[in-house]
Design a protein around this ligand. Structure first.
Ligand SMILES: [Zn+2]
Length: 260
């Protein structure tokens, strides 16, 4: 079993919404978890480093090595169902930006560095204590504006999630905040026209987008209960930030179940 060095913890935020059901978000201590980003390494060394980081994380989760499902993320609004096969089988991951486990049993991961990692859990209508389908979504500017969260919630309900208050809960993990995510004015105007809550201004007075606020407004509008980490990846160096250090690494948002 691989261990983290003393004083290092893989998770910046971890909750257990029901016994044995886990939602968590990694930081830099968990290492780079993406194969498409190489940090300071190159070639096979980069590949091996990411594989080791994924194995060590799965050891900490209590999940069999290689069983967590990952995607090839392309800033789309596309949702795909979990296949129960994990990342270690040598198959190319599917291109999509959200992943749904109909049974709620598949360990799921979504990679980010500034974009929003959104983890969702559900129950069948009003059935307290019963875990329904689960999901992870990558909500960057494009995916959020194009409807990746609406599509994910829709898919959860198709798979049996209830539509009442508290039947779906979402956790928005560490992401760039609305006071840091500077964009050109036309981009702010486009975002605010499509999701008004995204319109923002940086702490230095220039146009910005507030993606966590935009995601909150979309999810709340769909009847989802939302929880925020409140942690900004650009300001907090315990998280990877593409804007601060492009290509250094990717964190993940996770949902998994194991025996309580
Ligand atoms: Zn910030």
């Amino acid at each position: 079993m691989l261990q983290y060095p003393a004083g290092q913890a893989p998770f910046l935020w971890r909750v257990e919404p029901a016994p044995g059901l886990h939602v968590a978000f990694t930081g830099v201590d968990a290492g780079n978890l993406a194969f498409h980003v190489s940090g300071t390494l190159a070639g096979e060394a980069a590949r091996e480093s990411t594989a080791a980081a994924r194995h060590r994380l799965e050891d900490a989760m209590g999940v069999e090595r290689g069983r967590t499902e990952y995607l090839s993320q392309v800033h789309s609004a596309r949702v795909v169902p979990a296949q129960g096969r994990g990342w270690a089988g040598g198959r190319a991951p599917r291109e999509a930006d959200a992943l749904v486990s109909a049974t709620g049993c598949d360990p799921l991961a979504i990679m980010v560095a500034d974009c929003l990692p959104v983890v969702l859990v559900s129950r069948p209508a009003g059935r307290d204590g019963i875990t329904g389908p689960t999901a992870v979504a990558h909500a960057g500017r494009r995916g959020l504006l194009d409807g990746v969260l609406e599509n994910t919630v829709h898919r959860l309900r198709q798979d049996g999630a209830g539509a009442g208050p508290g039947d779906i809960q979402a956790w928005i993990g560490p992401a760039i905040c609305g006071r840091c995510y500077e964009v050109p004015e036309p981009m702010r105007a486009d975002g605010a026209a499509r999701i008004p809550a995204t319109g923002s201004t940086t702490s230095w007075g220039t146009p910005a987008l507030d993606l966590p606020a935009g995601a909150d407004s979309v999810l709340t509008g769909l009847g989802v209960t939302v929880h925020h980490s409140g942690l900004c990846t650009l300001e907090d160096h315990s998280a990877y930030s593409h804007r601060r250090e492009p290509g250094r690494g990717r964190s993940v948002g996770l949902v998994w179940q194991n025996q309580p």
